[in-house]
Design a protein around this ligand. Structure first.
Ligand code: 8YV
Length: 329
């Protein structure tokens, strides 16, 4: 029987399914420290991860390893150059999380625009003595301009919801999307600078790459309207969190909604000190149905990539399909 490592706690019935095919080493505790991950992956043929860093060092420590299945759509935790050099397949879980993640982007954007978390904290602190006409004035979503940076599958799902709010949609992306998608979403392609200047609500839905590091920093924040909101449901590192905390403190933008952070789960302490930001612990895809679908798809990818099950040899979501069938190097 081939051996696999499941690096995170996931639904037990998914583990039972994996056990039909593999000898499973399941870490049911917290994320494994890097040295323990290296030790436990060393004799494995495959692994299921959820954000663990897999680089050349980890691959070198695991000479039998042929596939790593990430239970996430984002795979910035995989060094794909190292995967390709070693002929190791990486897989991810796209699509199944689009709608839940788009819903959550709206939840954060609305909470930021209408100051829901900020006013709730104030209320819980016993500070509500009287109602006032100018208490917690926010900004409207209805009829405003939505700026989406990253018009992939989740960005499109997010933009599709803007119709019901009668919003103009402007977007920026590495490349323009198909004309029929632009037409369907009524979305206008603009430069990043134009988007930042024009949008009332900016949402970040782009993958993290070296090139995207600090896509939003002090200079970009300075372009935004003082009444604008910024929502990040993509990855930490896309926003310069220190610059954002300062812009929020100085009210250079109105508010922000953040689900992801540089160095998470550790946060820049400056963010905790500003009231006009809604902070959530990387839960945009966290609905029961979606996390189940992600776990199932991650298992399907692993089973198929290791030549088992009904799709043997044809995993549904290969990131680097060229390595399929090549000997491990
Ligand atoms: C994951 C995510 O749950 O899919 C992604 O890229 O950010 C989340 O849905 C998280 O990354 C853990 O793997």
């Amino acid at each position: 029987m081939q051996k696999i490592l499941v690096a995170r706690s996931i639904f037990p019935d998914v583990i039972d399914r994996l056990k039909q095919y593999f000898d499973v080493d399941w870490n049911q505790g917290d994320a494994l420290p890097a040295d323990e991950l290296k030790r436990r992956i060393a004799d494995k043929d495959g692994a299921l991860t959820a954000g663990e860093m897999i680089d050349a060092g980890v691959l070198a420590a695991a000479p039998r390893l042929r596939v790593v299945s990430n239970m996430a759509v984002g795979y910035n935790n995989f060094d794909m150059a190292a995967f390709n050099a070693a002929n190791v397949l990486g897989t991810n879980t796209p699509d199944v999380l689009n709608e839940s993640t788009a819903d959550f982007g709206w939840a954060l954007m609305m909470a930021a625009a209408r100051r829901i978390a900020e006013s709730e904290h104030w209320l819980r602190a016993g500070r509500w003595q009287k109602w006032s006409y100018d208490g917690f004035l926010g900004s409207d979503l209805y009829g405003s301009t939505l700026g989406v940076i990253g018009m992939g599958r989740i960005g499109q799902a997010l933009a599709r919801r803007a119709k019901g709010f009668n919003m103009r949609v402007i977007y920026h992306n590495r490349s323009r999307v198909e004309p029929q998608i632009e037409a369907e979403l009524n979305a206008e392609y603009v430069s990043k600078q134009d988007l930042l200047r024009r949008a009332d609500h900016v949402v970040l839905v782009l993958p993290y790459t070296k090139e995207n590091h600090h896509t939003i920093g002090a200079a970009e924040l300075a372009l935004m309207k003082p009444s604008a909101t910024l929502t990040n449901i993509a990855r930490g590192g896309i926003v310069d969190d220190a610059a954002l905390a300062e812009a929020l403190r100085e009210k250079r933008i109105a508010s922000a909604g953040l689900d992801v952070f540089e160095g998470e789960p550790n946060l820049n302490p400056a963010l905790l000190g500003v009231p006009n930001v809604v902070l959530t612990p990387h839960i945009a895809s966290a609905t029961e149905a979606t996390r189940r679908a992600m776990a199932d798809l991650a298992a399907d990818n692993l089973i198929a990539a290791l030549g088992e099950g009904p799709r043997a040899g044809q995993p549904p979501n290969p990131i680097n399909p060229d390595v399929i069938g090549r000997a491990r190097s």
